[in-house]
Structures are given as C-alpha cells and as structure tokens.
Write a protein that binds this ligand. Sequence first.
Ligand code: NAD
Ligand code: IPM
Ligand code: MN
Length: 367
Amino acid sequence: MKKQIVLLPGDGIGTEVMDSAKEVLNAIADEFNHTFTFSTYDIGGVAIDKHGTPLPDETTAACKEADAVLLGAVGGPKWDNNPSHLRPERGLLGIRKELGLFANLRPIKGFPTLLHASPLKEHVVDGSDLLIVRELTGGLYFGTPSERQNDGQSVVDTLAYTRKEIERIVDKGFQCAQLRRKKLTSVDKANVLESSKLWREVVEEKKAQYPDVTVEHVLVDAAAMKLITNPAQFDVMVTENMFGDILSDEASVLTGSLGMLPSASLREDSFGLYEPVHGSAPDIAGQGIANPLAMILSAALMLKHSFHLENEANLVESAVKAVLDEGYHTADLNILGNGQKVGTEKMTELVVQFIKAESATKSIQSC
Ligand code: NAD
Ligand code: IPM
Ligand code: MN
C-alpha cells in the first residue's frame, strides 16, 4: 500500500515524539511492504517564527492533498504573550477547522502493567476502558471572535453550536458505542447552558435510531468526579469541545500519564489527523525524556482508521504493551519496583525492535 503522510511536528516535544512515530511507521512499512512517504510542514510557534503565521497556506494545502496527517504539539512560552491571531494554538484550531475534523476520538485504556502507575487506587483504575468523543470544531473555541469591551474591562467569549453540528457528533458517539460496549454517556451542563439544552434534546431525539445503545446524561461537574472515582462505569462519553478537552486530560491519570493518550481527529470519510492529547511540554522539551507512546499510539490509530491496516495497527499496540511489560518506561510514568527508566530514543528503539522481531517470528512460522 502506498500512502502520503504529512507530518506537522510543531513545537517543544512535538518534534521529539514525531521522530519516534516516523521510525515506528518506517519499521511497519518495511515489515509489511508498504510505501509511506512523509513530507514535513510547519505549524504553530515554529511557523510563526519562519512564516509570520501559525498556519501557513502551504501547510493547509499539503494536508488537504495527503492521505493522513500526524501532528506533534504546538505552543510554548516564547509565544505566550503574542496577540491572539499570532498564537501557536491558532494554527492547531485552524487546521482542524480547515480539514473539517469535527470528531476527536480519545481512547483511554490503561496498560495492565501500568495499573499502579496511576495516582488513583488500583481497584479504581482496574477495568477502565473508555472513549471520549469530543466535538472539535465548534463551541467556545470557535465563537464570534473574543473581544475586550468597555475599555478592556469586560470580555466576551461565545459558545455557539448549530443543531447540525451537534447531530453529527452525537451520531459519531452512538456509532462508536455500537462498536464497543453499547453504552453512551452524554456529558453536558443542561442545568445552566442553552447550548447544553439543545445538545440533550438532540441526544434524546437520536436515541430511537440506536435502540441497541443505552444512553445516560451526566452533568459535566459530576462527570469529572465519576471519571476518577468509578471510571469503569463509562464506555463512550460524547461531549462538546471544551468539556472534552478538560475531561480527557483528567482521564489521562487513569493510564499513569498524559504522555500515554493518543487521539484521532476525524470527519465523515476515512481521512484523519492524528495527534497526542498532550501539549508541547515546555518543562521537559529538549531533554530527550518525553514519552513518545501517545504519538506512537496515534500513528497506530492512523493505520487503523485512515488506512484500514488492522494487523499493522495491532502490532504497534502489542509492541508498546510488550515494552511496558518488560518494565521499560519514560520518566513521566511513576513505576515502582524493577522498572527501567529510558529516554525517548531508547523507548522508540525498543518498540521498533519488538516490531521487527515479531515480524521475523511470523515469517519463520509461515514458511
Ligand atoms: P502539556 O500537555 O504540554 O504538559 C502538561 C504536563 O504533562 C507537563 O508537566 C509535561 O511535561 C507533561 N507531559 C505532557 N506530555 C508528555 C509526554 N509525552 N511525556 C512526558 N511528559 C509529558 O500541557 P501544558 O504545559 O499545559 O501546555 C504547554 C503548551 O502546550 C501550551 O502552549 C499549550 O497551549 C500547548 N498545548 C498544545 C496541545 C497540542 O498541540 N495538541 C495540547 C495541549 C497543550
Ligand atoms: C488539545 C489542546 C488544544 C485544545 C489547544 C492547544 C488548543 O489542549 O488538543 O487538547 O484545547 O484543543
Ligand atoms: Mn487539551
């Protein structure tokens, strides 16, 4: 299979973990006889520095031509005081909107070896396996441009959704639930927000179309509590943009680290942009210690969702599991006992080694 992949490493650890994903994909291409062609473009802070904008036109154009896109992370203190239109984060929001990526899938499934790496009690984390389906191109992030009014003494941010925007993400939530344990939790703030009332109305209307799925509504504040007191109760959680952003970082503690969470940003066809949930981690950038697994697992999601390469995706996931099972971990994972702490490059090398060894075993067996 021949695929053209655009890489958007971005800033901070984004560039470090992108190298890891590329190495893993190269190993997969070698072992399975695929041709993955990579082209790298600027986004975020690096694009501001080089092109004067966080999202250059050539980046957008290249993404539109590609079969799929991998994104590292954007942002950093260097650009924190820039005016809003010159912030790295604008590049990320821009590319999501330009590509129509309204559905962000954030699977949260801990690896068994990492149960004790979570600050939560093991029996709480045990059995948790959920998917946050986050609306990605609406809500507060894309309201009427925020303004300062009244001589800078008041501010306005708007939370806008159309019925159509809610319908398509709620459909996605139901469809994901149908492929999993058939339970959908819709998270909103319908006791206060008009947008949430419409959201809840849409979920209620849609549920007749998905009779095999059990639906519940949970207010976002309670959802935040339930997520860390009894996470195993959740299967698919569908929610609006900002609630999903916050809840997914919270949910990452179930896995032991934010550095473990991958995501897929999708639209209706098989095209997608794949990005770790974490950011550019300026506190550890440049030290070679970032956890590359969220990025590597995002590449696995790309293999699965955009290229329908299930075996290849499963091999990447098994490689990650095997390396963790052997006790290797990056510094962000709080491993007790006999674990061995490694940096980004070593972790990547171990994953690649496993992929190569596993494929070699398979080809011997099939002779
Ligand atoms: P962050 O996710 O970058 O970091 C939060 C904490 O988690 C830090 O202590 C960091 O060291 C740690 N961490 C995150 N990923 C890690 C990894 N792979 N390995 C090891 N440790 C990891 O969030 P932040 O510090 O709030 O934001 C930093 C910058 O990143 C900001 O400019 C923000 O806007 C941006 N950001 C970008 C994205 C994105 O590009 N998708 C996502 C979130 C934040
Ligand atoms: C994420 C990030 C982004 C978001 C920021 C950097 C704009 O936090 O991908 O989770 O809020 O969507
Ligand atoms: Mn976030």
